[in-house]
Design a protein around this ligand. Structure first.
Ligand code: GLN
Length: 283
């Protein structure tokens, strides 16, 4: 006897996965079913004969439909791995990408562990950069800025979940909420896609906030603001690190040099593409 109203036994994990794997990526089907069940993916593999009850089945069916319609897995799960965290994300935030971990690494190379620097992360989104730096440099004080109150709510929730008390959040446009303040390091993964780039209408990008992705005709509007105003907000010798598109290295270096930055250089991402440009405040 089963407790189900219908006479057919409830479908098992293996049967549900088989059907779903025909429609979406197998790994994604596993993540979504595990999520619908409130279990881990490894639990699923150990319980492929588990009978899935109606409520979990309905949750899974909805997730499957939404994924098949293109919604990013990270938004369906409400989570994305970044650095050593499992961050909350929402459609109000960009989905953190591995390239941005490269920026974190480059920032850490310039933040001696014994120091207690002041750090700003502009356009923090889910808080990815700010939280990684705050966790790796517990003596630092990190200020995370975003124009979206909804994004800041997610970033704050991530900080609370990670127990990070050395991050402060401010609502506003780039440097606007930082008037008169100076930092030792400023980091940003700003929007940098060209406004009419056809990629914005494809894949995950369709579901991400346009304000976090696109920035004017050449994609460089936000970076222009940061290049122009950043020097007023850095202590002498402080570093600026900006993520950008793989074809924008030369343009970003030129913008920084023209604005008076020194030691301007571009670093590569894991795929050996230009990804992060650094500049330093002259002493
Ligand atoms: N790296 C993202 C992409 O090209 C864009 C992120 C951004 O604009 N900051 O999909």
């Amino acid at each position: 006897m089963t407790s189900h109203a219908d006479s057919d036994p409830a479908p098992r994990v293996d049967a549900l996965l088989r059907a779903a794997r025909a429609r979406i990526e197998p790994a994604e089907a596993e993540l979504l079913l595990a999520h619908a069940l409130g279990r881990s993916r490894s639990w699923l593999f150990a319980h492929d004969d588990h009978a899935v009850e109606a409520e979990a089945r309905a949750r899974f069916a909805e997730l499957l439909e939404r994924r098949a319609a293109g919604e990013p897995v990270a938004y369906l799960l409400g989570r994305r791995g970044f650095w050593r965290f499992d961050l909350r994300v929402s459609p109000a935030t960009l989905i953190p990408r591995p390239e941005t971990e490269r920026l974190v690494e480059l920032a850490l190379e310039r933040l001696p562990a014994q120091d207690a620097p002041r750090i700003a992360d502009l356009g923090t989104g889910s808080g990815a950069i700010a939280l990684a730096l705050a966790a790796e440099r517990p003596r630092a004080r990190v200020l995370a800025v975003d124009l979206s109150a909804d994004a800041l709510d997610i970033a704050r929730a991530n900080a609370a979940e990670l127990g990070l008390g050395n991050v402060e959040f401010r609502l506003g446009d780039w440097f606007a909420p930082l008037r008169g303040e100076r930092f030792d390091l400023i980091a940003s993964n700003p929007p940098y896609i060209e406004a009419d780039d056809p990629h914005l209408a494809q894949g995950d990008l369709r579901f991400e906030p346009t304000s976090a992705l696109a920035s004017g005709a050449d994609g460089l509007d936000a970076i222009r603001v940061i290049a122009r105003e950043g020097l007023e907000h850095l202590n002498p010798g402080g570093w600026l690190l900006i993520e950008h598109g793989w074809e924008q290295g030369e343009a970003v270096r030129a913008l920084l040099r023209a604005a008076g930055w020194v030691e301007v250089a571009t670093e590569l991402d894991w795929e050996q593409r230009d990804r992060v440009t650094l500049g330093r405040s002259p002493g």
